[in-house]
Design a protein around this ligand. Structure first.
Ligand code: DOR
Ligand code: ZN
Length: 359
């Protein structure tokens, strides 16, 4: 087997850049290996107007290392998002248009305080998205059930798959839907049976392919793996891997790279989010190599995502080489704040070795 692989430059269907100093530090980590990305809108304040998206996109394009990277912008499904703003976003302005609307369940994760408890309350917006052909991007977890009880965080995705998703598919038969960051066997099984390019797709993160909760709890709680959805059981990870290895046209890479400042990550209330852009393509490649599925890597990393969002795959290529290396440094912002990437030799799960690197 060859020790190098060349693929079209990947497409990240799900990334968090934040704003200000963190954005200025992390954009180059994504552009190193990704040519285009769907940019998440859960900044503070949230992105829920075309003007805000234009401003945010310009900030990304001005960041060090942005080069010819193409950020594809999204709205946050908040109570103040209107059908009119969906229509404006579909048309776009100043080189910016809207490629998706992200739904966060109220209270489930970082900056989800603007999300709906019940997203069917946003049906006029969802109808307009269906009409304008703008996809709904789902953080597919139930956080609080109908009776106001908080759901067990290990069950949130299962509850969403069994209760909410089928109702959404029935109620909005033409709406394009992407189920983000699959983490359970039940979600993998649902996608295998119901996935369809152009209608119902899903993304998978590097961390849900590579880690499970045995690593998250090895020797103590490993906060660099703390994220929503939580990393699950080994059998869930195996099911998510098996789905990825099939090379299906409706499954793509979405890193969910989610940097947090050191003091929020290493805290008694650790922020949800795995910062993986410095290692994402390498970890995906490692997982596909372990599954003997490197022939499916390009579809997953570089083709499937662009197909769903209606953009061209990147013309540029990257080459990966099988070679051991370790992540020894954090990324530091221009304000001196450290951002610790997953896989770090000391703060990951301990003495991790990356098996592939990008030339
Ligand atoms: O772990 C997560 N971090 N999950 C999310 O849904 C949001 C993200 C973030 O923005 O930090
Ligand atoms: Zn995310």
């Amino acid at each position: 087997m060859s020790n190098t692989i060349t693929i079209k430059k990947p497409f990240d269907s799900h990334v968090h850049f934040r704003r200000g100093a963190i954005l200025r530090a992390v954009v180059k980590e994504t552009t190193r290996t990704f040519g285009k990305a769907i940019v998440m809108p859960n900044t503070d304040p949230p992105i829920n107007s075309l003007d805000a998206a234009i401003d945010y996109r310009n900030e990304i394009l001005a960041a060090p290392g942005a080069g010819d990277f193409e950020p594809l912008m999204t709205y946050y499904l908040t109570k103040s998002l209107t059908p009119q703003e969906i229509a404006r976003g579909a048309v776009g302005a100043e080189g910016t248009r809207i490629f998706g609307v992200k739904s966060y369940p109220f209270g489930a994760t970082t900056n989800s305080q603007w999300g709906f408890r019940d997203m069917f309350e946003a049906k006029d917006v969802l109808k307009e998205m269906e009409r304008a052909d703008i996809p709904l991007l789902l953080h597919g977890e139930v956080h609080v059930s109908d009776d106001g009880e908080e759901a067990d965080p290990y069950d949130g995705e299962k509850l969403f798959i069994t209760d909410v998703l089928p109702r959404l598919l029935d109620s909005f038969p033409k709406l394009k839907i992407s189920l983000e960051h699959l983490s359970t066997a039940i979600a993998a099984d649902f996608m295998e049976r119901n996935g369809e390019a152009g209608r119902l797709v899903a993304t998978i993160t590097p961390h849900h392919l590579v880690y499970d909760r045995r690593q998250a709890f090895s020797g103590g709680y490993r906060t660099l793996l703390h994220c929503k959805p939580l990393v699950k059981r080994a059998e869930d990870r195996e099911a998510v891997r098996a789905l990825a290895a099939k090379g299906l046209p409706f499954i793509s890479a979405g890193t969910d790279s989610a940097p947090h400042p050191e003091n929020k990550k290493f805290s008694s209330c650790s922020a949800f989010g795995v910062f993986n852009s410095p290692t994402a393509v390498e970890l995906y490649t490692q997982a596909f190599d372990e599954m003997n599925a490197l022939d499916k890597l390009e579809e997953f990393l570089s083709v499937s995502g662009p197909r769903f969002f209606g953009v061209e795959p990147n013309a540029e290529t990257i080459t990966l080489e099988k070679k051991d290396w370790q992540v020894t440094e954090p990324i530091e912002t221009d304000e001196g704040v450290k951002l610790w990437p997953v896989g770090h030799v000391r703060h990951g799960i301990g003495n991790e070795t990356m098996r592939w690197h990008v030339r």
